[in-house]
Design a protein around this ligand. Structure first.
Ligand code: PMP
Length: 410
């Protein structure tokens, strides 16, 4: 393929050389769950523990200085990656889930009264549903849900109609992990702002696959995880517009997030982003995150997106030739995720059997039960692509799937 030397890419990932049952090569198509990690990211984290390990922001000794510098460089890199205006707008978290919980907790506590409304969509990951439900229980906020069309897109007319005087916030995903749908975030944000509401976007499935510019999208908050962008688990980021981060209260309390602590005169908090980063953060992981973004930029998100679209098209065409296979979600704009069900074959059985042939796909509800129920389903099979996947792997996947379906159907 003219745009990519994929063999070269693959050589950077030691795990892709693994062989599974009967010495079959691993075909890893579960990238929406987590991506694999290139050697350069492993090296960066290893190097940190070998040479630099120290707690940050406290010590004045050399190691602490170096570690702090590396950690803050990672923050600046995330800022550039999202095109945020200021590095103080980047809060490190444990991942998209913690980023969304953070926004939910501080926004509801500070900006919402009982009866105020948050709009979420029917296609959200549970990470962008359950935090709101927990706060509905404790703070009396009301959750409104944007329905999903038969094609797997947001019903935009219904979205517009959901706003009321009490709508304070919209919380939507950029890309659906269950359907692959790419949502029109700039338009969603424009409408929210026209109605006086803020918007938080779950970018867990978008940031790895297409360029994201939080200023162009004009969103108030944007969440994502490093481990879906070729980085380590245990770290992610929350972008929050600076005026919001200055105005909102802290969530977790502890070291690093205060200016001054006193029993009789009260406690004052650090400026953003430190106000939202209580305790010792994931330092090695931040350094790995930085290196992963560097790795992504070496190829560029435009190339990554083109390559994955090429794989998506190829896989979609081949899957459509399988008798009784139905793809769930046919949005006009779709990322490299294919959810499907097969007549006469349970998703779970397909997943288990195809694993025996070396192919890793996801089966189940993908932490998005409401949208699967919208399609009358409890589970699908899901194949999802990354830069290191190849057209030959798609062929292997499709022929393995044909074999498995024949086995299950007897
Ligand atoms: N949102 C979406 C759309 C996701 O796909 C995921 C990961 N499956 C998450 C949120 C949660 O990400 P994490 O588990 O890394 O916090």
């Amino acid at each position: 393929h003219p745009i990519l030397d994929v063999d070269h890419v693959r050589q950077e990932f030691p795990i892709l050389g693994r062989r599974l049952h009967d010495n079959r090569p691993l075909v890893y198509l579960d990238n929406a769950a987590t991506t694999q990690t290139p050697q350069t990211v492993l090296d960066a984290m290893d190097d940190y523990y070998h040479r630099m390990n120290a707690n940050i922001h406290r010590g004045i000794h050399s190691l602490a200085e170096e570690a702090t510098q590396a950690f803050e460089n990672a923050r600046k890199h995330v800022q550039r990656f999202l095109n945020a205006a200021d590095s103080r707008e980047i809060v490190f978290t444990r991942g998209a889930t913690e980023s969304l919980n953070l926004v939910a907790n501080v926004f509801v506590r500070s900006e919402m009264r009982p009866g105020d409304e948050v709009i979420v969509s029917e296609m959200e990951h549970h990470a962008n549903i359950v935090p709101w439900q927990l706060l509905a229980d404790t703070h009396g906020i009301v959750i409104r849900v944007i329905p999903v069309t038969e094609q797997g897109e947001l019903d935009m007319a219904a979205y517009r109609a959901l706003f009321s005087e009490r709508t304070k916030l919209v919380a939507v995903t950029h890309v659906s992990n269950a359907l692959g749908t790419i949502n029109p975030v700039a338009e969603l944000a424009r409408i929210a702002h026209e109605r006086g509401a803020a918007i938080v976007v779950d970018g867990a499935q978008a940031a790895p696959h297409q360029p994201v510019d939080v200023q162009a999208l004009d969103v108030d908050f944007y969440a994502f995880s490093a481990h879906k962008v070729y980085g380590p688990t245990g770290i992610g980021a929350l972008y929050g517009r600076l005026d919001w981060l200055e105005q909102l209260p802290p969530w977790q309390g502890g070291g690093e997030m205060i200016k001054r602590v006193s029993f009789d005169r009260g406690t004052t908090f650090a400026d953003p982003p430190h106000k939202f980063e209580a305790g010792t953060p994931a330092i090695a992981e931040a350094i790995g995150f930085d290196r992963a973004l560097q790795w992504v930029e070496r190829y560029g998100l435009d190339v990554i997106s083109d390559w994955e679209q090429h794989l998506l098209l190829n896989a979609t065409e081949q899957l459509q030739t399988i008798d009784g296979l139905r793809i769930i979600g046919n949005a006009e704009h779709k990322a490299g995720v294919i959810s499907f069900v097969v007549d006469g074959a349970h998703a779970q059985d397909i997943g288990l059997l195809i694993d025996q042939l070396g192919v890793a796909i996801r089966t189940g509800h993908h932490c998005a039960q409401p949208v699967l129920r919208r399609f009358g389903l409890e589970a699908t099979c899901r194949a999802s692509f990354a830069l290191y996947n190849t057209p030959a792997e798609i062929d292997t996947f499709v022929s393995a799937l044909r074999r498995v379906i024949d086995m299950v159907r007897g």
